[in-house]
Design a binder for this molecule. Sequence first.
Ligand code: 13P
Ligand code: SF4
Length: 305
Amino acid sequence: MDLEHEITRLKKDLNAVILAHYYQESEIQDVADFVGDSLALAQQAEKTTADVIVFCGVHFMAETAKILNPNKLVLLPDLDAGCSLSDRCPPGPFKAFKDKHPDHFVVTYVNSSAAVKALSDVIVTSSNAVKIVSKIDKDKKILFAPDQHLGRYVMKQTGRDMVLWPGACMVHEIFSEKLLVQLKVHHPEAEIIAHPECEAPVLAHADYIGSTKQLLEYTQSSPKQSFIVVTEAGIIHQMQLKSPGKTFIPAPPDNGCACNECPHMRLNTLEKLYRCMKDKTPKLDLPPPLREAAYAPLKRMLEWS
Ligand code: 13P
Ligand code: SF4
């Protein structure tokens, strides 16, 4: 079966839009209507006029689309596509942590469950976290969750002190500083570009730090011809498409593999995408009270962006 052809046909039949994150496998990126980072995908989800949103990303991203579109059908090719960062911040312990800091303004990374978002004052993504934290009144204390590395990076950029939830992403925390330095020795001409979810010793070597979309745009505008890419390797597909003459070298993780892929993101496949559109399942549902509680901090993020 020509899966790409069938997916395009189903897209018309359902009046669906396919949104895909940069960490999806390249075949999925190529059939998507829109490929983006977490913020751009949320913005697309907010403004789409399609009846059905097919979200090729992880659970919290599809949840975000549903929070913004309670009356639309939101499909996710594999409902088990979770996120290690989100999983390490369950709502019960997060509520207890928040209660210990009652006078703090709660800033939560979008890589979190709807229940954690519902306990927050504002949501951020990796592309707007610095901007949003800078907007918070100087006399307000801030609690930031769940990614401690992004939190530390934001503290450095904004000069604001923040109480951090001790979370991390399993993909970004296994980049090896030692192997990165060795790679740079072999490719001294290459610029190192990194996602802010990486640990501080890795970020210290970066020539540029940004969200997936910002990294992609940087590779387009930089006069350099080669880049060591310190984030999930899926983004390299778009980098190659946008700058075919340039060289992109995936930074190695500390587990013996040459490149670093998110096991959650990679649960989605072209075949599962086809099946979910054909069967209109698995679909994402949220109880209305939870959706409404998570909507306010998410909407605030979209307004402040
Ligand atoms: P972006 O905000 O760059 O899309 O990052 C999403 C993500 O999951 C990073 O691990
Ligand atoms: Fe979550 Fe990390 Fe995968 Fe992003 S790369 S979805 S933060 S586990």
